[in-house]
Design a protein around this ligand. Structure first.
Ligand SMILES: Nc1ncnc2c1ncn2[C@@H]1O[C@H](COP(=O)(O)OP(=O)(O)OP(=O)(O)O)[C@@H](O)[C@H]1O
Ligand SMILES: [Mg+2]
Length: 267
């Protein structure tokens, strides 16, 4: 629909710890929001090991590097995943010079992207693991941060470290937690509470609970077939869990009308 005002809400998927499911959840959560009739774009911001394209089985010709290194219009990078309403901007995999955070480069990148991103309701950022400035500055630029955790103790400590940086260095709030690879709701709630208690006590931050995703072999199958779970098995447990998360997310967004829009890098 032409001229329709879009929500323009950006959401980063962060974890601290690697391998907890950020890329799989970014892609499939984007699908769920698309299934709810929103216009969605995924920004693959894992400049180390880009892999949304791998999960989709595609080989994009251009990626984020082309915006940074040449005058390519960001529009040219957009890959249509589903008709006009689910899009991707691929990252540059293994480009060492981009791994190092460079303030001016990031500001230029965000400035160029925001024009394009206006056209979407949701902008999902799949970030790399770790707490480098490249990761945390991108996370701080988004309207909402989804902290993806698993019941593993190292996942909790690493997530706490990320939240601490986002709070103390960038003065961020609006943290929403998704608990991945759980047996069910009660384990998810317990895991969430453990992190929330620590964040309240030591950082004065209250986390929001968004939902959980059960441990499930379907994800591995989707990865090996290079077909998003949302397409391969739309009726699976994993997709039901993700749809519940997507609906909660929309509720949260509608309750927070003053959220910042697009990407907003903070010095
Ligand atoms: N709910 C789940 N149940 C079972 N396996 C899962 C689940 N979620 C993700 N996985 C599996 O975990 C592995 C890591 O997932 P993914 O690559 O999405 O993690 P990541 O956080 O993006 O990793 P990285 O930090 O390297 O970017 C994949 O093999 C994926 O299939
Ligand atoms: Mg990943």
């Amino acid at each position: 629909m032409m001229g329709m005002e879009r929500k323009n809400i950006s959401i980063s998927i962060v974890s601290g710890k690697g391998g907890v499911g950020k890329t799989n959840i970014s892609l499939n959560l984007a699908y769920m929001l698309y299934n709810l009739a929103y216009k969605v774009i995924i920004l693959d911001c894992d400049l180390g090991l880009a892999n949304i394209d791998i999960l989709l089985g595609i080989t994009p010709k251009k990626n984020l590097k082309d915006i940074i290194q040449s005058d390519v219009d960001p529009e040219e990078l957009i890959v249509n995943i589903e008709r006009q309403d689910l899009d991707l901007i691929p990252a540059a995999s293994g480009i060492p010079e981009l791994l190092e955070y460079e303030r001016d480069v990031y500001f230029l990148l965000v400035q160029k992207l925001n024009n394009v991103l206006k056209k979407y309701d949701f902008i999902i950022l799949d970030l790399g693991a770790g707490i480098s400035e490249g990761v945390t500055s991108f996370a701080a630029s988004t309207s909402l941060k989804i902290i993806l955790i698993t019941p593993e103790p190292t996942s909790l400590t690493d997530s706490y470290a990320v939240i601490k940086i986002l709070k103390t260095k960038y003065n961020q709030s609006n943290f929403l937690v998704v608990v991945n690879m759980v047996e069910g709701e009660s384990q998810a709630r317990q895991t969430f509470e453990r992190l929330n208690v620590a964040c309240k006590r030591f950082l004065g931050v209250e986390l929001g609970y968004l939902g959980y995703i059960r441990e499930n072999k379907d994800f591995a199958e989707a990865v090996s077939k290079q077909i998003p779970l949302a397409k391969l098995k739309p009726q699976s447990e994993g997709c039901k869990d993700l749809m519940a998360i997507a609906k909660n997310l929309v509720k949260v967004v509608d309750q927070l009308p003053s959220l910042k829009k697009g990407l907003d890098l903070i010095d």
